[in-house]
Write a protein that binds this ligand. Structure first.
Ligand SMILES: C[S@@+](CC[C@H](N)C(=O)[O-])C[C@H]1O[C@@H](n2cnc3c(N)ncnc32)[C@H](O)[C@@H]1O
Length: 262
């Protein structure tokens, strides 16, 4: 773990109001916020989507296995807590490449006795290593549907790492009836000038980042059956509460979609 470098997990923790972050993470977070002032709101809305989608999949769709890649630091409403509150036998494999998350992983392993959780330290850019990990095989039954969650994580994978191929390779290991859940930061609502400012801020922040347009995001779901409402802002996906209280799509700038593997 390099204490002089900003870590995405600790930076996200800062935006969510957590205490598990260092000065270098807060500085990186403020550089991003200088170009995108509503970034903390976006993080909170993303987290609220995560809770809603796990509730929906565990409750209404009946999926009780989750492969959550890019877990982040433990926070209120971890996937296993939400899923096991609905179905205590739910099984969750968490994956993150950030050693900071590994240090905190014990909080992710507090499974209900009827279910199970595991934590794998691995990189999304090497999907085969995740798939052959013995903890994955001993936790998930890959003959039954799994929800593959890549939530607020694919924007850290730059084009030179074949982001679409990564998703294809992971889904190839999962049976029909599995689901892909993704959220992704978007440049859709930025002017050319704001976009250039964002790219420069991300470069200065020390964390590689790739904003993607709606069309670029939709390509991750090619060949899958999108669930309503299709590709949408996280604030539009099965929203709760009053419409008037909802933040704007532009302020959040985070796309999401959920799709079924045919
Ligand atoms: C913004 S957080 C999202 C956490 C959680 N999924 C959520 O939406 O609340 C992104 C997480 O992805 C992890 N991450 C980034 N690149 C990764 C990679 N190549 N492999 C695995 N994890 C990665 C970071 O370490 C961080 O913990």
């Amino acid at each position: 773990m390099d204490p002089t470098k900003a870590h995405p997990s600790r930076r996200y923790n800062y935006w969510l109001g957590g205490k598990d972050n260092f000065a270098v993470d807060r500085e990186s977070a403020e550089v991003v916020a200088s170009a995108f002032p509503t970034v903390a709101l976006s993080a909170r809305e993303n987290r609220a989507f995560l809770r809603r989608v796990v509730t929906y999949l565990a409750g209404e769709v009946g999926i009780h296995q989750f492969l959550d890649i890019g877990t982040g630091l433990p926070s209120a409403g971890n996937v296993h807590e939400v899923a096991q509150a609905i179905e205590p036998t739910s099984r969750i494999v968490y994956v993150d490449n950030d050693p900071v998350v590994l240090v905190h992983a014990r909080a992710l392993l507090t499974s209900e006795p009827a279910g199970r959780t595991a934590y794998i330290q691995a990189d999304l850019r090497e999907p085969e290593k995740i798939l052959v990990d013995p903890d994955l095989a001993s936790t998930l039954d890959l003959s039954r549907p799994v929800a593959l969650m890549v939530v607020a994580t694919m924007h850290f994978v730059t084009d030179d790492h074949d982001p679409y191929g990564i998703v294809r390779r992971l889904l190839a290991a999962l049976p029909s009836g599995s689901h892909l859940v993704m959220t992704h930061a978007t440049n859709d609502h930025l002017t050319a000038e704001q976009y250039a400012e964002s790219v420069a801020a991300n470069e200065r922040s020390g964390v590689p980042f790739r904003l993607r347009s709606r069309d670029e995001f939709a390509r991750f779901f090619d060949g899958l059956e999108l669930l309503p409402p299709g590709v949408a802002s996280v604030v539009e996906w099965r929203p709760e509460g009053n419409e008037a209280d909802r933040p704007s799509v532009e302020d959040v700038s985070m796309l999401c979609a959920v799709a079924r593997v045919p």
